[in-house]
Design a protein around this ligand. Structure first.
Ligand code: CP
Length: 324
């Protein structure tokens, strides 16, 4: 177990060592156990987390807020549109000022080519840890919750075949942060990761190279497939979800038009039948039901989406308790 994490930001998992992420898993399981047993664990009494949202959320907001309360502290919900950010408050000012009121600053800012830079600027100015509740490039707490879920369901990720796949969605052009964070984290843990996506939905070359390097070091692998069905074949874990083809176009309408070529990329029972018999279905949610995945799959026996959503709470509590 690694100690000495007090004061650390969590903007990407890649800035934490594997040993530190193992510590998050250990602490998360301990806090999960304590909550299940009804044991109080007020590790952050009198501490306050600012949660600054530039984009909507169900799970992230609710789990951070519940987590702070369970740790004996408080979380303040701040929506950018009800602040003076639109009237000139800079990232530096937000870091300086919220850092003086609070013991941590959590931010969701998914605007393409803006979000990650904003978090970095706030972190530069802040005297307290900055936690990434999702930016344009990374969703570290989702990836940590997913890793914990895989460990709970399947044990050590080493040697598991995990299909991180594009699926079609009509609701909106979803950020690329989940597939990026997943391929980076799971290759570090020795999984055989498949990134399955149409050609227009590629991820940044730098992230692919980084993940390939992690796979070489861990004894795992990274392969890219363009055939949706092939991604499912023999997989232990399938994670088909949508994202926008943001490296092709910055324009959401153009991305939506391109994505319409792939309306048949829906996770259904036939495709689940191609995976290993005991494969699990994962999705970070929200999912476009009937479009990205059928009800029979997401509500079926192989789906672990509610455990996955629950684990957001436990990993976030672990990181907050370790850093704040
Ligand atoms: N998975 C996830 O981040 O959910 P929300 O967008 O509802 O927070």
């Amino acid at each position: 177990m690694r100690t000495g994490l007090r004061g650390r930001d969590l903007i990407t998992c890649e800035e934490w060592t594997k040993g530190e992420i193992d510590t998050v898993m250990e602490v998360a399981l301990d806090l999960k156990r304590r909550r299940a047993l009804g044991q109080p664990h007020a590790l952050l009494e009198d501490k306050v987390l600012a949660m600054l949202f530039f984009f909507s959320s169900t799970r992230t907001r609710a789990s951070f807020e519940a987590g702070m309360a369970q740790l004996g502290g408080h979380a303040q919900f701040i929506e950018s549109k009800t602040t003076q950010i639109a009237h000139g408050d800079t990232a530096k000012e937000i870091g300086e000022i919220l850092g003086r009121y609070n013991d941590g600053i959590a931010i969701r800012h998914v605007d393409w080519k803006v979000g990650n830079g904003y978090l970095r600027e706030v972190a530069e100015a802040s005297r307290v840890p900055v936690l990434n509740m999702q930016c344009d490039l990374y969703h570290p707490f989702q990836a940590l919750a997913d890793l914990l879920t895989i460990i709970e369901e399947k044990g050590d990720p080493r040697g598991l075949t995990i299909d991180v796949s594009y699926a079609y969605a009509a609701s909106y052009q979803k950020p690329m942060s989940v597939p990026i964070s997943l391929i980076l984290l799971l290759t570090r843990f020795g999984a055989n990761v498949r990134l399955t996506r149409p050609p227009e939905f590629r991820l940044h070359t730098e992230f692919m190279d980084q993940a390939a390097g992690y796979a070489r070091a861990s004894g795992g692998s990274l392969e890219v497939l363009e055939d949706f069905d092939a991604g499912f074949r023999g997989a232990d874990v399938v994670y088909p979800k949508s994202w926008g083809c943001l490296l092709e176009t910055d324009d959401a309408a153009a991305s939506a038009t391109i994505s319409k070529k792939y309306t048949d990329w829906i996770c259904d029972e036939r495709r689940m039948g191609l995976a290993a018999d005991d494969a699990i279905y994962m999705h970070c949610l929200p999912a476009d039901r009937g479009i990205e995945v059928t009800d029979a799959v997401i509500d079926g026996p192989q789906s672990v989406v509610y455990d996955e959503a629950e684990n957001r709470l436990h990993v976030q509590k672990a990181v907050m308790a370790l850093t704040m």
